[in-house]
Write a protein that binds this ligand. Structure first.
Ligand SMILES: NC(=O)C1=CN([C@@H]2O[C@H](COP(=O)(O)OP(=O)(O)OC[C@H]3O[C@@H](n4cnc5c(N)ncnc54)[C@H](O)[C@@H]3O)[C@@H](O)[C@H]2O)C=CC1
Ligand SMILES: O=C([O-])C1=[NH+]CCC1
Length: 226
């Protein structure tokens, strides 16, 4: 791209093809290590701004970051709504803007929904890998929305679970989730039934009240709380 070229638009299908988990995990591991290494890691990432749209129970999030080692300047813009606004519009939508850090020119406008789904799940999987739960036999997913799908995909790709359980407040949605994958997924009637005995628990709901209680959790289990 030349300096004055308009930014390229990169849609969800292209992002999806580029973001295979086996490529994403090592890149994210490095990015997380860079963030954690302070000045040496070369990452500038101010706390995200989360703006509330009270009238609609919605939020606009602005998440800028710069990596001097990768020389990448970008920001994610995210909107999400507590109540789903329609059956076809996802509760969370996002766009990533990529800039030329040397002159501020906007280079690309990318779909950020796929990035959000895959990045979030990949970070949970990386945390699980490094925090080493005692066992990795039973995976429990609470919720059956977008993050449930991406977490299932990467967790079953990276770890040798023998059993996967899902619970959702909407049973039909949990059943549709279970039916959408070739592997066996047990649809549970309560969160407790899904959690008791699980080695890895993933909470991916929009609940504002607790859905997971400590007394259900097996000692040594690992919880990824979204
Ligand atoms: N920390 C991070 O970087 C990210 C966090 N998230 C969070 O992960 C969670 C899941 O996100 P998505 O799967 O994209 O949302 P989604 O809208 O696709 O799915 C939400 C799920 O939560 C369930 N749910 C909604 N209200 C509930 C309630 N009151 N009690 C129990 N279940 C309820 C729905 O039935 C559905 O299964 C959200 O809280 C979201 O904000 C999402 C993306 C990134
Ligand atoms: O970082 C993110 O994408 C989100 N944080 C809260 C909701 C989505």
């Amino acid at each position: 791209l030349r300096m004055n070229d308009p930014p390229v638009l990169i849609g969800a299908d292209v992002v999806k093809k580029a973001l295979q988990f086996e490529k994403l995990v090592p890149v994210l591991e490095k990015a997380l290590a860079d963030v954690s290494s302070g000045k040496e890691g070369g990452v500038v990432q101010p706390l995200r701004t989360m703006m509330s749209l009270e009238k609609y129970s919605g939020f606009l999030g602005i998440m800028p970051a710069y990596s001097s080692t990768d020389d990448i300047l970008a920001t994610k813009l995210l909107t999400f709504y507590q109540q789903k606004t329609s059956s076809t519009i996802p509760s969370h939508q996002a766009t990533v803007l990529l800039f030329d850090p040397s002159n501020g020119c906007l280079k690309a406008i990318m779909d950020g929904k796929v990035i959000t789904d895959k990045r979030t799940a990949a970070v949970s999987a990386i945390a699980t890998k490094f925090l080493k739960p005692t066992n990795l036999e039973v995976l429990c997913i609470l919720g059956s929305g977008a993050q449930a799908y991406s977490h299932y995909e990467i967790f079953t790709e990276m770890f040798p679970f023998k059993e996967v359980r899902v619970w959702s407040r909407n049973r039909k949605s949990a059943e549709a989730f279970a039916d959408s994958f070739p592997g066996d997924i047990q649809v549970c009637s309560s969160a407790k039934e899904a959690v008791v005995g699980a080695d890895v628990i993933v909470t991916v709901t929009m609940a504002t009240e607790p859905v997971l209680f400590g007394e259900w959790v097996k000692p040594g289990a690992h919880i990824n709380g979204m």
